[in-house]
Design a protein around this ligand. Structure first.
Ligand SMILES: NC(=O)NCCC(=O)O
Length: 391
């Protein structure tokens, strides 16, 4: 399995294919070509100085007569997590705050309106170890922990909506842990939170040892720049999860993740892209980068030798559009910022062409009725979270 030596699928294709073949391959694998964004040179300079990659693309929609274009810019951030050995928890969190602060500065130069970080971005992905301390000490209050305060500052300073996935400690309710994404308005106010609702029990992703399945349904957040939802990592394997966010009104669904090459890299380009097509929305897939080593050896329960590393987090963050087009991925081996410009009008335009969403809703109605979840009048008997729109 390739590690850092294999930079990206795109670089490989570009290096080895003749131009005419490359164009056909890209047409099939990436759909309608996205336009390269003309980002400011000082943004590229700052990215180069900060040693992270910067790429920008725009998706097009057709001009309508009755609606103005609803053009917004998204920022996706992927990054390495510094090696945990020996450093106190607070020092590690602070180091990540500084790293993200620098990347968000560049996002602001690029006119980003909504930015999303990777899953559990303030910590190493230590769930493979099955050890509790010090890892559970990375959990914070979602409402007034230091990371949320830090993100509120960023949001205010840059007039940017911030989606911040963290390990949450719910001190109000029994001190339990959740895998949560905070959604912070560009005013700095907290819009709300969403919790990971499917938890992996696969390979070294021993996450059910730490936190519970989310209990907040499929909330959608009305921001100044469109309606957004967050489907955290493993949730991307569940088509009904994307569907619920979309039926609840999401125009953009973020998928902050932490996943490794041996497990999921062949699924990665398909799943978020398919979800964008099936649900007539934009999807933003974000993965962390690099290797993480832990102080104590652990086994993977597969008869193989104990080891201290998780595997290779392959980055490759990308955005997919409802018409099936997608951006190239960020690299597999560097921190990066992907800036995309979307016209949200494309969601309805594609819905009108293909019409999957009406079918899905009809289908859901039929399924719920057959499960005796709906009454004969269509009233939902289990108060299924159909339309929870937060503002
Ligand atoms: N973080 C997480 O849910 N990872 C599970 C592996 C995967 O979904 O690819």
């Amino acid at each position: 399995m390739a590690g850092a030596g294999f930079e990206s699928l795109e670089r490989c294709l570009e290096k080895h294919l003749p131009l005419a073949d490359l164009q056909e391959v890209k047409r099939i694998l990436y759909g309608k070509e996205t336009r390269k964004l003309d980002l400011p040179s000082r943004a590229f300079e700052a990215a180069s100085k900060g040693d992270f990659e910067l790429q920008g693309y725009a998706f097009q929609a057709v001009a309508e007569q009755q609606r103005r274009p609803r053009t917004v810019r998204m920022g996706l951030v992927q990054n390495r997590t510094p090696p945990p050995r020996g450093h106190p928890v607070v020092k590690q969190i602070t180091a990540l705050h500084r790293r993200i602060e620098a990347i968000v500065e560049v996002a602001a130069m690029c006119g980003v309106n909504i930015i999303c970080f990777q899953e559990a971005w303030t910590m190493p992905f230590a769930f493979c170890t099955r050890e509790k301390l010090p890892w559970t000490e990375f959990a914070e209050s979602a409402e007034d922990g230091p990371t949320t305060k830090f993100c509120q500052e960023l949001a205010r300073k840059h007039d940017m909506v911030v989606v911040s996935p963290i390990l949450e400690r719910d001190t109000e309710h029994g001190d339990i842990l959740w895998n949560t994404a905070m959604v912070i308005s560009n005013s700095g106010a907290i819009l709300g939170k969403t919790r990971k609702n499917h938890i992996p029990r696969v390979g070294d992703f021993n996450e059910s040892t730490y936190y519970m399945e989310g209990n907040l349904g499929h909330p959608v957040f009305q921001t100044q720049f469109g309606r957004i939802a967050v489907n955290i990592c493993y949730g991307r394997h569940h088509p009904l999860n994307w569907l619920m966010y979309s039926i609840n009104g999401a125009e953009v669904i973020f998928n902050p993740s932490a996943t490794i090459g041996a497990l999921s890299e062949s699924l990665w380009p398909i799943e978020a892209r398919n979800a964008a097509i099936a649900n007539h929305c934009f999807t933003c897939a974000i993965n962390r980068v690099g290797e993480e080593f832990f102080p104590n050896e652990f086994t993977s329960g597969d008869g193989k030798k104990a080891h201290r590393d998780f595997g290779y987090f392959y980055g490759s963050s990308y955005v997919a559009a409802p018409d099936g087009s997608r951006t190239p991925g960020l690299s597999r081996n560097r921190d990066g910022l992907l800036v995309t410009e979307l016209d949200l009008n494309l969601c309805r335009q594609v819905n009108d062409i293909w019409g999957f969403k009406g079918r899905s809703q009809e289908m859901e109605f039929t399924v719920l009725k057959s499960m005796n979840v709906l009454s004969r009048t269509g009233k939902n008997l289990r108060s299924y979270p159909m339309c929870k729109l937060m503002s």
